[in-house]
Design a protein around this ligand. Structure first.
Ligand SMILES: [Zn+2]
Length: 158
């Protein structure tokens, strides 16, 4: 564990390359739109790259994209402003909920307590073969580059 003062984070080896936290109250929907508009390629790896935005892990990305109704293989330049705004709201909702619950059940806090965000909280993440909570279609596990993704095909079209 490293203890770093706020005003030294920009220089510390473990934090200097991190992008802004989407949960920072000063990180607005406009900031997010500007960030995404400068991106290229697929939306999923862009969001997972901690140099763009810090805090979105592989466990949460599935539900973040699902709630915004965006397919993980969508190309960034093709996203509408409304879709990017939906993504901003979704990132904050999913990560905000996870933090309130103390993180995922397989993570531990500073005192060694496991998080309360369990498999029942996932909407489509790791729910291969289960019904979509919105439309009832079957959730699928698909390949997205070098990673796997869980999506509802009718809710998240390419
Ligand atoms: Zn669905």
């Amino acid at each position: 564990m490293h203890l770093v003062a706020d005003d030294e984070m920009h220089a510390h080896a473990m934090t200097r390359d991190l992008g802004p936290s989407p949960l920072d109250p000063e990180f607005t929907a406009d900031d997010f739109r500007g960030l995404v508009r400068r991106g290229r390629g697929m939306i999923k790896p862009f969001l997972l790259d901690q140099r763009h935005l810090s805090g979105i892990g592989n466990a949460y990305i599935h539900d973040i994209l699902f709630r915004a109704r965006i397919h993980p293989r969508r190309q960034i330049p093709g996203l509408s402003d409304a879709e990017i705004d939906a993504l901003y709201a979704s990132v904050r909702d999913v990560l905000g909920t996870a933090i309130v619950m103390g993180g995922a059940y397989y993570e531990k806090d500073f005192y060694g307590h496991p998080g309360g965000y369990t498999a029942e909280h996932w909407l489509v993440g790791y729910a291969d073969g289960q019904p979509c909570p919105v439309c009832g279609a079957t959730i699928r596990k698909i390949k997205t580059g070098s990673t796997s993704s869980y999506i509802c095909p009718p809710c998240q079209t390419l």
